[in-house]
Design a protein around this ligand. Structure first.
Ligand code: ASP
Ligand code: MG
Length: 443
């Protein structure tokens, strides 16, 4: 069996959703297990609209009208009876009334609110697949198939002990195709959890692992993983093959096509992942496997992450002592702050932190043991490729290209695995940096 995960844009319009259904039908012999995201198109940004309505309900009259209108419109365009989604819209209305009444919006409530997007889109998808395409399929929400997670609302992690239950439950359904919700699970207290924004990719490989799939297909709106962000570099092209570790690095360092944790279950169970374009189903896309066939070129892709903060901790107490670093990292750990890149000298350590964290408590704690400088609006640009290992002159080419482009490198890091070279530059220099590296390594 194979897993076919359709992202928001692949189910974002009636036309795209029908294409996705036809793709499932054409592969029915392979027993597709279908994972869908909430609808997402320029006129129907379901998850974002749900979040806005939920946040509004905190202080204003609860109003589900935008969400309901978007959902009813796509149902009508697909001849799906609106009655199929009405009970979920009513439940959403009650949730917003509750949030409004108590004036409190927890991560748990937000997870429940966001869940309606995938719960409704999976109903719509399955209805079209059965009725219009004549496929023998059943739709069951992921948490009802037994996907359990930890209780970390907003970025839950799957509980692998639930995998055998999932397999049993799916097999017991006895149909050709099963359609389920991406993004969602249930925590230890039986409340719905989400795997983080863009988490349906992660659901794809989680189910791939649980069901022992031959392959996980991630259907999206680009020709696979690209050599650079095509909105920054016009000549960016799709990468035919990547290794698991390269794909992990790329997704961590900002490649938008894959949720950062997607590769984890694939690596643990050695399941190939294919990134494909729903709009161009014949394009080969990108195949991600344990070991790639020989490829030329030292680099595979250049990726970036914006709005990075740089924290520099300086202390003479570091000189020749032990345990100082441990203290620094313990503070970040206690404050639950994710650190990306690290560079150290004997008297200072620089760390990069992604956007979205309040750094004040950590900075206050750190300033008890050292001098602390926090700088914002930096960008992390990263050149990724396993073939860099052992090749002389790669760093020189990186630095040379940036010197020519007039970009200052604030911080630089290359691990001993020589998988990537990461650079910290000003946010304003992203385009120049990415373009310079792309032209040096890919053109
Ligand atoms: N609907 C969720 C989001 O917009 C999950 C996903 O699309 O992968 O983040
Ligand atoms: Mg996505």
């Amino acid at each position: 069996m194979i897993v076919m995960k359709f992202g928001g844009t692949s189910v974002g319009t009636a036309e795209r959703l029908r294409t996705a259904c036809s793709l499932v039908k054409s592969r029915v012999k392979q027993k597709p297990f279908v994972v869908v995201s909430a609808h997402n198109s320029p006129t129907c940004r379901m998850t974002n609209t749900i979040i806005a309505a939920t946040e509004n309900a905190l202080t204003k009259k609860p109003d589900i009208s935008k969400v309901a209108e978007l959902q009813r419109t796509i149902c009508k365009e697909l001849d799906v009876p609106v009655a199929l989604v009405e009970p979920l819209l009513e439940e959403f209305q009650r949730l917003l009334a509750g949030i409004n009444m108590i004036g409190e919006l927890s991560l748990r409530s937000m997870d429940l609110a966001m869940s309606f997007g995938e719960r409704m889109s999976s109903i719509v998808f399955n209805d079209v697949l059965c009725r219009e395409f004549g496929v023998n399929s059943k739709r069951v929400a992921s948490f009802d198939l037994g996907l359990r997670t930890d209780g970390n609302h907003g970025s839950a992690i799957p509980d692998k002990t639930s995998y055998p239950d999932i397999k049993r439950n799916v097999e017991a359904l006895g149909c050709d195709v099963v359609v389920t919700t991406g993004f969602l699970g249930k925590g230890p207290d039986n409340h719905i959890t989400t795997l983080g924004r863009g988490g349906s990719d992660f659901s794809g490989t989680i189910f791939g692992a649980a069901l022992n799939a031959e392959e996980v297909q991630i259907w999206t709106d680009v020709d696979g993983v690209m050599t650079a962000d095509p909105s920054v570099v016009k000549t960016a092209r799709s990468i035919p093959e990547l290794s698991f570790v390269e794909a992990s690095e790329l997704s961590w360092y900002g490649a938008q096509v894959l949720h950062p944790l997607t590769m984890q279950p694939a690596i643990e169970h050695n399941i190939p992942v294919r990134v494909l374009n729903t709009g161009k189903p014949d394009h080969p896309g990108t195949l991600i496997v344990l070991k790639t066939t020989a490829t030329k070129g030292v680099a595979k892709s250049v990726v970036y992450k914006e709005h990075i903060s740089l924290v520099t901790v300086t202390s003479l107490r570091m000189l020749g002592t032990h345990g100082f670093m441990a203290k620094v990292f313990e503070i970040f750990g206690k404050c639950k702050i994710d650190i990306h890149m690290i560079a150290t000298s004997e008297t200072s350590v620089s760390l990069t932190i992604p956007s979205g964290y309040n750094l004040e408590p950590a900075a206050a704690e750190l300033s008890k043991i050292a001098e602390v400088l926090v700088e914002k609006e930096k960008a992390l640009v990263c050149l990724v490729g396993q073939n860099m290992a052992g090749v002389k002159g790669t760093a020189a080419r990186v630095c040379g290209a940036l010197a020519k482009a007039g970009v200052n490198i604030k911080m630089i890091s290359q691990g001993a695995r020589e998988l990537n070279i990461a650079l910290l530059v000003e946010d304003d220099d992203i385009n120049a940096t990415v373009a310079a590296l792309h032209s040096e390594f890919f053109e």
